[in-house]
Ligand binder design. Structure first.
Ligand code: HEC
Ligand code: HEC
Ligand code: HEC
Ligand code: HEC
Ligand code: HEC
Ligand code: HEC
Ligand code: HEC
Ligand code: HEC
Ligand code: HEC
Length: 422
């Protein structure tokens, strides 16, 4: 079997790839007698799929060599670079990707050497020569590479955490002393649950907070802005309040002091006072402010629950509840606002919102009470009616007895009979 026919056979055996354009490509490479994938069969998929294959970027563009030679010696010649080391791969990928003019037609943001070099990964790999740190291919793959929106890409938002965890959850790959629990904590957090279980792709994954190519832990001064990219209202409230106005050096109370960075959750409402007491002395003004906030939030939550229950009663009584439902929506909006404004720690707006929540709740409950009273009144009105019916029944029964005996009973007769006996 000639090399040419075996190549044709090999390409046919690629099978599955029945897409028209890849068949055309195969035919093209057949003409060019492309040798690399004859021997490197595990790289065939990369030859056919992925963004680079689509743009005709193939083996020799990255590895050099002669694709028209069918012996190893010949193929591995002509500027053959062999396997690229991790730092060499960075240089290779950047040779195209840092070139703005080259990337612009594809609408891809250029990746600059500077941004990668300033990341902890880049510092470790390029300056420190530490090959435990990732090169481009560790996060993207080196062969079949897909855009981030493609589910097969390891940097697809839903995949990013497990891509990072391949190293960051593996103590063998991490330097001594660096924790390896970020993935576990994140997965159980509000963000992990929203992304993995509720498929909310707007939730924060590792790269949302660390950046993809600039991966560094956000500095203390940056945290509020990192979180604030997505939680803008909370950030604004926070910077308008006592903690946010603290001078930069003193400002240790960032979002993560109360919410944690990886195990991010809203603190339980009945634990707010305890939370404040982590930093503030018992019965100090801030600790008491925390107690007050906790009480306002608990009352507001109770007011919401009671209003919903009242609407349930109205529905069961067969009443129309359109107005009440609209009011409940308004109440819920205020409750959300309250949770945001809580970040100012300013008693006045917090108290004002809490009062609004309670007043709407009261209106809804009052309507339910009025309806319940009216129902009672109606029940009371029915009582005379029932008495009448009962009387009627009694009368009818009496009549019936008389009819059965055929004659009216005569109490006087029996009475006199008894009396006259002796
Ligand atoms: C006749 C079979 C054959 C052909 C054709 C061939 N290779 Fe190889 N290649 C091999 C074998 C066998 C090895 C592993 C042994 C070695 O390192 O030489 C290898 C190794 C490699 C490596 C890894 C080198 C390393 O240092 O670990 C790269 C990269 C590579 N080939 C790329 C190519 C490219 C690109 C082409 C096409 C221009 C090509 N090969 C064509 C057989 C082939
Ligand atoms: C976009 C650039 C690029 C293209 C195109 C490319 N490679 Fe690679 N290849 C790399 C890099 C970077 C590495 C080293 C990192 C690694 O091992 O993942 C590598 C590693 C290899 C290796 C050695 C490690 C291994 O996985 O076996 C082989 C063999 C290889 N490539 C063959 C090929 C063949 C055959 C093609 C064409 C189908 C090809 N490559 C296309 C970038 C590329
Ligand atoms: C020869 C130039 C060239 C080299 C070398 C190269 N790329 Fe690309 N890359 C491109 C072009 C062109 C595109 C755009 C393809 C498209 O959008 O259709 C692209 C697209 C991508 C994309 C998808 C971006 C997106 O969102 O669509 C990723 C990821 C990527 N390359 C990573 C890499 C990595 C990692 C390496 C090194 C292993 C590398 N590239 C090497 C030219 C190159
Ligand atoms: C630590 C993992 C990691 C490393 C290392 C890495 N990337 Fe990325 N890269 C990502 C993530 C995550 C995204 C997606 C970012 C997003 O969702 O906005 C991405 C996105 C991209 C994109 C697509 C940008 C776009 O607009 O669609 C390109 C191109 C790219 N990276 C190239 C590279 C190159 C070149 C290197 C090496 C210098 C590299 N990456 C190193 C994780 C990494
Ligand atoms: C190939 C393995 C690997 C992958 C994949 C990887 N990292 Fe890393 N990462 C490292 C190593 C090694 C270090 C260096 C640790 C050190 O010395 O501080 C590091 C350091 C970091 C640091 C700095 C930690 C510190 O305080 O020193 C952050 C943040 C980080 N990585 C985030 C990420 C994110 C986010 C991803 C996924 C997008 C990711 N990494 C993917 C290996 C990896
Ligand atoms: C909501 C934002 C956020 C998300 C999501 C996030 N991180 Fe972090 N991460 C941070 C912050 C902030 C720090 C710095 C904490 C500090 O300085 O106390 C940090 C610190 C780190 C560190 C340094 C060591 C440590 O544990 O303190 C590593 C490594 C790291 N993150 C990796 C990851 C990985 C991997 C993921 C995804 C599984 C991830 N992070 C998700 C915000 C985030
Ligand atoms: C990329 C956007 C993004 C970033 C960055 C981000 N978050 Fe989130 N966060 C979300 C989304 C989306 C949710 C889920 C909302 C839902 O569906 O419950 C969420 C949920 C939360 C929750 C739970 C809210 C609740 O109602 O229980 C808290 C608390 C939170 N984030 C705090 C933070 C903190 C603190 C940071 C910074 C360290 C941060 N987030 C960074 C998008 C983000
Ligand atoms: C001093 C502690 C503290 C700090 C600092 C803090 N928060 Fe909060 N956060 C809370 C409390 C308390 C709640 C309300 C809990 C509840 O109602 O369930 C909350 C609630 C939230 C929620 C959920 C809101 C909702 O509508 O359910 C988000 C999101 C949030 N915070 C983000 C942030 C961000 C972003 C920052 C930094 C800019 C931040 N927090 C700083 C204590 C704090
Ligand atoms: C991570 C530590 C930390 C937590 C948790 C914390 N604070 Fe603070 N707080 C500080 C620091 C530091 C200051 C500035 C120094 C000072 O006045 O004690 C401050 C200042 C304040 C002030 C201004 C005090 C003044 O004298 O002007 C108030 C009010 C306050 N905090 C309320 C709260 C409330 C309410 C909570 C709980 C919801 C809380 N703090 C949780 C650290 C914290």
């Amino acid at each position: 079997m000639s090399i040419r026919t075996s190549l044709a056979l090999a390409l046919l055996l690629l099978g599955g790839a029945g897409v028209v354009h890849s068949q055309e490509r195969m035919a093209g490479y057949l003409r060019e007698e492309y040798s690399c994938i004859m021997c490197h069969t595990d790289k065939r998929s990369a030859f056919l799929e992925g963004v680079h294959a689509e743009r005709g970027i193939v083996c020799v563009d990255c590895h050099g060599g002669d694709a028209a030679a069918f012996e190893r010696e010949g193929a591995h010649a002509r500027g053959f670079r062999g396997r690229l080391s991790k730092p060499a791969a960075v240089t290779l990928c950047l040779s195209c990707h840092s070139d703005i003019a080259r990337m612009r037609p594809f609408g891809i943001a250029p990746v600059t050497r500077e941004e990668f070099v300033t990341s902890r990964h880049g510092q470790r790999l390029l300056a420190g020569g530490d090959t435990a740190a990732p090169s481009c291919g560790d996060c993207h793959g080196s062969h079949a590479i897909f855009p981030r929106d493609d589910g097969r890409s390891p940097v697809n938002p839903a995949q990013v955490p497990s891509t990072c965890a391949r190293c960051h959850a593996d103590p063998g790959r991490m330097p001594q002393g660096l924790p390896t629990n970020q993935f576990e904590e994140w997965r159980a957090s509000a963000h992990g649950v929203a992304l993995l279980e509720r498929h909310n792709s707007r939730a924060a994954s590792c790269a949302s907070c660390h950046g993809s190519h600039t991966a560094l832990p956000p500095g203390v001064a940056e945290v509020a802005n990192v979180c604030g990219k997505c939680h803008r209202l909370e950030r604004d409230a926070y910077f308008g309040g006592v903690h946010g106005r603290l001078a930069e050096g003193v400002r240790s109370v960032m979002c993560i002091a109360c919410h944690s960075n990886h195990g991010t959750e809203a603190p339980p409402v009945d634990g707010i006072r305890v939370l404040c007491a982590r930093c503030h002395a018992p019965n100090s003004a801030p600790e008491l402010a925390g107690h007050q906030l906790q009480e306002e939030l608990l009352r507001a939550e109770r007011a919401y629950a009671e209003a919903s229950a009242a609407i349930g009663q109205l529905v069961r009584a067969g009443e129309r509840t359109r107005d009440e439902e609209v009011r409940l929506l308004t109440l819920n909006t205020y409750l959300h606002e309250l949770r945001v404004v809580a970040h100012t720690l300013d008693a006045e707006p917090i108290g004002e919102l809490a009062r609004r929540v309670e007043s709407i709740s009261r209106e809804i409950r009052e309507r339910a009470e009025v309806v319940a009273e009216e129902r009672w009144e109606r029940k009371l009105l029915i009582i005379p009616l029932w008495l009448g019916v009962l009387a009627g029944v009694a009368l009818a029964a009496r009549k019936r007895r008389i009819l059965i005996r055929g004659a009216p009973e005569n109490p006087e007769e029996t009475g006199s009979g008894k009396g006259s006996g002796p």
